[in-house]
Design a binder for this molecule. Sequence first.
Ligand SMILES: C[S@@+](CC[C@H](N)C(=O)[O-])C[C@H]1O[C@@H](n2cnc3c(N)ncnc32)[C@H](O)[C@@H]1O
Length: 224
Amino acid sequence: MNLNNRKEHNHKVGTYFDKASITFDTFYDRQRSAFMQWVDRKFRSDVFERYRLTFETIEPLKDKTVLDVGCGSGPYVVEAARRGGKRVVGLDMAQGMLDLGCQRAAAAGVADECEFILGVFPQDSPQETFDYAIVMGVMDYIADPLPFLSALARRVQLRAVMSFPSKHWFRTPLRKVRYWLKRCPVYFYEPLQIEELSKAAGFSNTKVEKIPGAGMDYFVTVFK
Ligand SMILES: C[S@@+](CC[C@H](N)C(=O)[O-])C[C@H]1O[C@@H](n2cnc3c(N)ncnc32)[C@H](O)[C@@H]1O
C-alpha cells in the first residue's frame, strides 16, 4: 500500500472509531439495553473471552511494562495497571476513544500508571520495549499485517496477545457489507496465515486458539 492510500485507510478507520467510541465503550460496562446485552452475549462473546484470556496469559503483571496497541477506551490498560503494571501505555488513533480511556483510568485510581498516546501503530509507537503487548480487536483493520507485526516484535520483550478475526462463510460477508456501509475497511485471517506472518515478523513461537462458541476470533499468543 502506498503512502497516500495508507493515509486514507488510517483516516477511515480513525474516523469510524472516533464516531463509534461512546457506543463501543458501553459494551464493557454493560450499560446497553437488555436486548443489546443479549445480542452481545450471543454474538459477541469473544470480546469477553479474549479479555479473560489476556489476563490469564500476561501474568505476572506486577512491575511489568505493557503496550496496548489500539487500546480503544482503555479497559485493558486500566486492568493491567490495576494488576500491578508499573507502566502501561495505550496507543490509539481515535481521540474519542482515548478521552474515555483517561476517564476510565482516573475513575479506577490508576491514572499515574497509565499513559494514553494519540497515534497510529507502528509509526507513532513509543520507541522503548515493553514486557508485554496487547493487540485486541485491531488486526481486523490492518491492511499490511507483516510490517505491523514486525514492528510489534521489536517492541516486545516477553510476549504479546492478539485477536485475529476468522473467516466464516456467512458472518464474514455480512460483516464486510456492514463495514463497507460505514466506510471502514475490514480484513480476515486463516490460522496458517497467522502462524506464517508471526514467524516472518520475528516471533519465535505462536499459539493460535479459536475462541469457542458463536465467536469469530482467534486468540493468539506470540512469544519472543
Ligand atoms: C475494536 S476497537 C478495540 C479497542 C480495544 N483494544 C478493545 O478491545 O476494547 C479497535 C481500536 O483500534 C484502533 N486502531 C486500529 N488500527 C490502529 C492502528 N494502526 N494504530 C492505532 N490504533 C489503531 C481503533 O482506533 C480502535 O479504537
